[in-house]
Design a binder for this molecule. Structure first.
Ligand code: FE2
Length: 279
């Protein structure tokens, strides 16, 4: 599936951009299904918000118990001072997570694409395990910033193997909060670790290396259907979306079962829904 040149580029840059990877009809099916999930979601039952600028502070039971569920999370700016939604529910959801790929047939089909198994093998994931899926809305006007981070912060394995599969479900550019990455930054240290102890979480500082600046970061503008695959240590962020258009994306976080998965990771799976790979 991947050429030697693509494998070399992944090793050198820490990411690979594959435009036109998903067909328009597959994306339409996923977007329709996400819309149905949000439609069926009763905001009265959960006001969980998702913050990647300070998730440790905002972490609650809705988040920590969502590893084997399909649950909607609100944008931080979704509510006014009185606690009422500022705009329609469908425009207030930050993301749906975190077991769409195992619990929903439409998401399962999209995620367990045999070509993804080929890509995983090509970049060295011999026994891939899909721990997490997220449908990210990046809503117009209020889509929150996701500050600089490395995904290995949230999925510790020994050695580090977590790899992100990021699908553009809409055009992503600088105006609506596309990804920014530091090419080659995966060769640097892991800076932080998100640790769970029971029902609390905290962020551990592992290394004082500063985050990249705009001088070395590059925007990954991506057209609908593009797949971006990136290394768990690649520093990346996305700016808030202040534009009038949304920036939907879908992500999978995948580790290699040959590496030990830490018991301190927030997301654990029990025997009732064991973690699985692409097939
Ligand atoms: Fe990330």
């Amino acid at each position: 599936m991947l050429s030697d040149a693509q494998k070399d580029r992944f090793r050198r840059d820490g990411y690979l951009v594959l435009p036109g990877f998903k067909r328009a009809e597959d994306i339409a099916a996923l977007r329709d299904r996400a819309g149905e999930i949000v439609e069926a979601f009763d905001p009265g039952q959960s006001r969980a918000i998702f913050s990647t600028t300070d998730q440790a502070r905002h972490t609650d039971d809705d988040f920590l118990s969502s590893g084997d569920k399909v649950r909607c999370f609100f944008e931080e700016e979704a509510f006014d001072e009185a606690g009422a939604l500022r705009q329609a529910k469908a425009l207030s959801i930050n993301k749906i997570g975190h077991a769409l790929h195992d619990l929903d047939p439409v998401f399962d089909r999209f995620s367990r694409d045999p070509r993804l198994a080929g890509i995983a093998a090509g970049i060295g994931l011999a026994e891939p395990q899909i721990w997490q899926s997220m449908y990210i809305f990046k809503q117009p006007g209020i889509g929150g910033e996701v500050r600089w981070h490395q995904d290995a912060t949230f999925f510790e394995t020994d050695p580090i193997t977590v790899t992100t599969f990021w699908f553009a479900l809409e055009d992503a550019d600088r105006s609506n909060g596309c990804l920014w990455v530091e090419p080659g930054g995966h060769a640097g240290p892991l800076r932080e670790r998100f640790v769970r102890a029971g029902n609390t979480t905290h962020m551990e500082r592992l290394d004082p290396t500063p985050w990249p600046t705009d001088a070395t970061a590059v925007p990954l503008e991506a057209t609908t259907g593009t797949l971006v695959v990136f290394h768990g240590k690649l520093p990346h962020y996305s700016a808030p979306n202040r534009s009038p258009v949304s920036r939907h994306a879908y992500t999978l976080h995948v580790t290699d079962a040959r590496a030990a998965y830490s018991a301190r990771n927030w997301l654990q799976r029990g025997p009732d829904l064991p973690v699985r790979g692409f097939v």
